[in-house]
Design a protein around this ligand. Sequence first.
Ligand code: ATP
Ligand code: LTN
Length: 347
Amino acid sequence: MAENEEKLTETRHERRKRVFSGVQPSGSLHLGNYLGAIKQFVDLQNDNDCIYCIVDEHAITVPQDPKELRKHILDLAALYMAVGVDPEKSIIFVQSEVPGHAQLGWVLACSSYTGELFRMTQFKAKSGGKESVGTGLLVYPVLMAADILLYDTDIVPVGSDQKQHIELCRDIAIRVNNTIKKTFVVPDGRFMKEGARIMALDDPTQKMSKSNKNIHSSIALLDDANKIKKSIMKSVTDSEGIVRFDPDEKPGVSNLMNIYSVLSGESLDSIEEMYAGKGYGDFKKDLVGVVQKALAPIQERYNEIRYSEELLTTLHDGAEKANSIAERTMKRVYDTFGLGVPAKIVR
Ligand code: ATP
Ligand code: LTN
């Protein structure tokens, strides 16, 4: 067994499972981000070594206002903590503070094929209909693979829309391991079952997204009570008037039921029973209450953290911890690829 391979196996046995995930600081987080991904972050941190990243380098794959981006980085860090990610248990840091992400991204770009990148549905969706498309959008999944592989990650909790990216990350890791030398831990995606995909309120055939221009398309975690009410009351349903779960025939109502169920803990069946014989008006009004009640404590905690020194300290500490893991991995990677100056003279 090669020396590196031995080390890799050894560290894997010694440690708890490593969890890594990232969210882009590209605007305020919505219920889809929360229920599809970030809620899992909190649940995983007791039994695993968790690393949660603010992926600012991914954010610049589309144009950003620099001042706004800096604000969004802090907003997101505060939101991570407000929903319950605990810096005592998990590492919280900003991607660009750890050079290993960009370094490994380049190495992995040289181990992937343009064909597999052009095939990504997210790339197709984000580049479709545009005259010029930034290279960053195409290599986005390679940088994401670097994020994950840099930390010898076992589990990646993400929304189900990221399945294809996780698959690509695994493919690249396996390719390097098999064709050059065993270097990477091959990670598994962890996709949230219930509520894995929260749909847009104004068009339940599209996923709820930060990029949608219509403010009533999504509910942000920081929306006030009035905005929550307006967005839900305006949401698209159908003309049947029966609260019944049927995502194919009734995508709007089913999406609202899904949100209700995940936030309140009521099953879909019991929601159907509760609203039998009642119309959408009553159901929506109650959903407004459920959402407001779920978001109030998050908003309260967010306001305490967002402008505190604690926030900066957390991010500095997080970057330091992340860097020390990343540097070790990069040594191994450079060794695998034969990059850099060797420790002793080679002939
Ligand atoms: P955009 O909406 O601009 O495409 P995004 O919100 O999808 O951005 P990220 O910020 O990178 O992109 O997403 C963070 C996490 O939230 C990811 O794990 C993603 O899968 C998840 N997520 C995003 N939208 C939804 C959704 N509508 N339903 C469930 N999960 C979602
Ligand atoms: N593409 C991801 C965000 C992301 C990510 C990661 C998620 C970037 N790097 C690493 C998990 C692991 C998205 O959710 N849209």
